[in-house]
Write a new protein. Structure first.
Length: 361
């Protein structure tokens, strides 16, 4: 066990079920906290990540926990593998917490553990649920979930089309290209183009049919570089920012936060983005950032300043991606469209305030 304190005979105030989720298995640890805030991880078991496995998990938890003490199930957001379990527990009216992997990972580093296994990770997740105060997960909005499914489907089709185009290019430049192979590739590309257009029309229809999504997309697309498709992906992947409470959490969720390793005089690594987040969000911000750099003076100047200082173009591009994503979040939360003169107005207000203070003095 990672950490163990005797809680027998004490008053229990909290119980947590830490679940390390993989494609086929669930590694589950039970933890509890007493009135003196002492914690204990006291049981472990592995279940199949299936409906039958979920039912067996609930029965096992009931057997080894106290019914009248707060109980929460906590897990990492591991792609899509956690979703069926989270929905299953939510429907059973349990308190469910779905936390971002980087938060669990950072907490794990604070524990005196040298070996990382599925079991030790589930124990760490249980302790995280006991010692921290994570937000309770709520079932995603049905419309945003549907929007996420079709935007991800489009992303997959675009990826398939790119692969086939690359294969066709390789075939065409061969000494003796096969015309039949090229014809079949053209047919597949045409089919994918047709499906992509159908999905894009469906995305536009879903946006038009839902007032909340339509309002948020309108607000997001007021920002230079953010188009309808980019806005749809951002909103779909964040559930309309329902569970995002601040900009730092958002950039971490997208994997656009900076990872730095610098210790003493001998260990120095270049800062880089963590990429431990939602890849669809990162991909959605790439082209909007390029557009913003080319056509918006504010973002262009920021990009030039960062590249001039570091000599790394990618670092400037990532900074613009992060700024754009944070700006979408702010605008959708405040319900105020983008104002390109906002900073100038704020500067004038500050200058006027300084002049007023100077006159008083």
């Amino acid at each position: 066990m990672i950490k163990k304190q005797v809680t027998i005979g004490k008053i229990l105030i909290k119980q947590a079920v830490g679940i390390d989720v993989s494609h086929k298995k669930l590694d589950v640890s039970l933890g509890r906290m007493d009135s003196q805030t002492l914690t204990e991880v006291y049981a472990f078991k592995r279940f199949d990540n299936t409906i039958l496995g979920h039912m067996a998990l609930v029965l096992w938890v009931k057997k080894y926990t106290v019914s009248d003490v707060n109980l929460c199930f906590i897990m990492e957001a591991t792609g899509v593998y956690h979703e069926i379990l989270a929905h299953f527990l939510y429907e059973k009216e349990y308190e469910v917490i779905v936390e971002m992997p980087n938060k669990i990972s950072n907490f794990f580093k604070t524990l005196a553990v040298k070996t990382v296994t599925d079991k030790s990770m589930s124990e760490a997740i249980a302790l995280y649920g006991l010692e921290k105060n994570p937000s309770v997960w709520t079932k995603p909005n049905k419309e945003y979930r549907s929007l996420r499914q079709i935007t991800r489907e489009r992303d997959q089709l675009v990826g398939e089309r790119t692969v086939i185009k690359n294969q066709m290019h390789a075939e065409e430049v061969e000494a003796y290209p096969c015309d039949q192979t090229i014809d079949r590739m053209n047919i597949r590309i045409a089919m994918l183009n047709r499906q992509i257009k159908e999905i894009e029309a469906e995305i536009a229809q879903k946006i038009e049919q839902n007032a909340e999504i339509k309002e948020n997309v309108t607000l997001a697309t007021s920002i230079p570089g953010i188009g309808l498709l980019s806005a749809a992906i951002i909103l779909a992947e964040t559930d309309g920012f329902a569970l995002i409470t601040n900009k730092r959490q958002l950039t971490s969720y997208a994997g656009l936060d900076v990872k730095l390793k610098d210790s003493g005089t001998s260990i120095h690594f270049k800062p880089r983005i963590s990429k431990r987040g939602n890849k669809y969000l990162r991909k959605a911000m790439y082209f909007p950032a390029l557009t913003a750099i080319q056509h918006n003076e504010k973002f262009k100047n920021t990009y030039i300043r960062i590249v001039s200082k570091t000599g790394i173009k990618m670092k400037g591009g990532v900074a613009i991606q992060r700024q754009l994503l944070e700006l979408v979040y702010t605008i959708c939360k405040t319900k105020k469209p983008y104002d390109k003169e906002y900073e100038q107005k704020q500067a004038r207000v500050k200058q006027e305030a300084k002049l007023a203070i100077a006159q008083v003095v």
